[in-house]
Design a protein around this ligand. Structure first.
Ligand SMILES: *[C@@H]1O[C@H](CO)[C@@H](O)[C@H](O)[C@H]1NC(C)=O
Ligand SMILES: *[C@@H]1O[C@H](CO)[C@@H](O)[C@H](O)[C@H]1NC(C)=O
Ligand SMILES: *[C@@H]1O[C@H](CO)[C@@H](O)[C@H](O)[C@H]1NC(C)=O
Ligand SMILES: *[C@@H]1O[C@H](CO)[C@@H](O)[C@H](O)[C@H]1NC(C)=O
Length: 401
């Protein structure tokens, strides 16, 4: 009994001894580390901030960036409730969707008077997103389209629209899928020295029932407006469409290849689908002579990755989310960059797909029927080209192995 007890307490003592030794060893190590660390660390164990501890943002000098910063504050729930009631005068016009020219803008841009006219037009009206529809097709999506083809067009392009209807944009059933086509138009009545084609357009609209027209000046810098007006229309009149392909009226689309691609998509991939000819690491052009010139007084910063506006493919579900988020992004004069900005705000990025050729294919392949079988979209093709190319896509006897 006694000796057994002895051995037990002996063992206990041994274990205790080992633990104590280990602890001392660890303490020594910690102490060494402490001493090797920065000398200050001992005095600054707890730091209580004496001032606001988050980063104070300064309002940008560039107009678009400044407007976006303010819009971010409005849509930030924390910051929003912290805003004092008397700071509402800070909030710019989009709160009220100001659709009169906003004459507070010129005073906020140092070189406003030297900017090209298209900038002045854009800046004066960038707070307005509400324009009445002149032609609508509210029931065009009754059949729950699998694929909605959305073509950015201009009123005088009657022949392009007709070629699209006769070829890749033919609405109906294709490969056992419902395809619906719409053309997006503004107004040219407000564009200087332009013949009045509105009457012809109304005829076309009644005949084909595939035109959507809004009452705004249809110019290059208003393409972003065309985009957000379409997204709004989509969320109201076609939210059940599964996929949307958006393109210009001078692209050729291999609709069969697009449908085939979509049929093979996993559900996971389909939800956030946004593919096209993606441009990364771009930024604003500072050369005044270029079409895409943007002055520093309007925008500074990099562009997010974006799909060239010639054509891209996305899920209907994502188009609905884009509409929502677009209300939190200040209109930017370049439409495809704007869509990239909205995607970024959703935490997404467009994916590059080699089937989208917005910069065309090599000259030597342009007359090779089999090449078109593998492509989804190619820029640019005339109406005559489209009529020639479409049979190459659908002709079953062509052997492309
Ligand atoms: C109104 O704004 C000023 C500064 O812009 C601020 O000092 C003041 O506290 C604000 N008043 C209220 C009631 O929030
Ligand atoms: C055609 O599509 C429908 C539903 O979209 C499907 O149920 C049917 O199986 C398809 N038929 C063929 C031949 O693929
Ligand atoms: C965009 O459309 C509006 C409405 O018609 C017009 O006032 C404005 O000048 C247009 N902007 C550009 C850049 O053409
Ligand atoms: C868009 O916003 C509305 C209103 O906030 C919300 O009810 C709807 O679910 C949103 N849609 C998507 C697709 O996020």
């Amino acid at each position: 009994m006694q000796s057994a007890n002895m051995t037990v307490s002996h063992k206990k003592a041994k274990v205790l001894c080992v633990i104590v030794t280990l602890n001392i060893f660890i303490c020594v190590l910690m102490g060494l580390k402490w001493n090797f660390g920065t000398g200050q660390s001992r005095q600054q164990k707890v730091r209580i901030p004496s001032q606001r501890f988050w980063h104070q943002r300064f309002l940008s000098e560039s107009f678009w960036n400044k407007e976006q910063q303010l819009l971010d504050v409005v849509h930030n729930p924390v910051m929003n409730s912290a805003l004092s009631s008397n700071s509402t005068s800070l909030l710019p016009g989009w709160i009220n969707d100001i659709c009169e020219p906003d004459y507070r803008v010129p005073a906020q841009i140092s070189d406003y008077n030297t900017l090209p006219q298209r900038f002045r037009d854009f800046l004066l009206h960038m707070h307005c997103r509400t324009y009445p529809m002149l032609i609508n097709q509210p029931h065009i999506c009754q059949e729950n389209p699998f694929l909605l083809l959305v073509v950015k067009s201009l009123i005088p392009h009657f022949d392009r629209r007709q070629a699209i209807r006769q070829t890749w944009g033919h609405a109906g059933i294709l490969a056992n899928r419902t395809v619906v086509t719409v053309f997006l138009l503004g107004s040219t009545l407000l564009v200087e020295s332009f013949p009045d084609l509105q009457g012809m357009l109304v005829h076309e609209g009644n005949f084909h029932k595939d035109l959507l027209q809004w009452d705004y000046r249809d110019t290059f810098f208003n393409l972003t407006l065309k985009e957000v007006l379409f997204l709004e229309w989509f969320s109201q009149h076609c939210p059940q469409a599964q996929y949307v392909l958006k393109g210009d009226d001078d692209v050729f689309v291999n609709t069969l290849r697009v449908l085939d691609f979509l049929d093979g998509l996993s559900e996971f991939k389909a939800k956030d689908l946004f593919i096209g000819d993606v441009i990364s690491d771009a930024g604003p052009q500072r050369d005044k002579r270029l079409k895409y010139f943007i002055p520093e007084s309007v925008f500074v910063g990099e562009y997010p990755p974006y799909a060239g506006g010639g054509g891209y493919l996305l899920s209907g579900e994502l188009a609905l989310r884009l509409y929502n988020v677009s209300q939190e992004v200040v209109l930017y004069p370049i439409d495809d960059v704007y869509t990239g900005m909205c995607l970024k705000k959703l935490g997404l990025a467009p994916e590059k797909h080699s089937g989208f050729r917005t910069f065309d294919i090599e000259e030597k392949f342009r007359r090779n029927p089999c090449i078109y079988r593998g492509l989804m979209l190619v820029h640019n093709r005339t109406p005559q080209d489209m009529l020639k190319l479409w049979p190459w896509i659908v002709r079953p006897e062509l052997d492309c192995q």
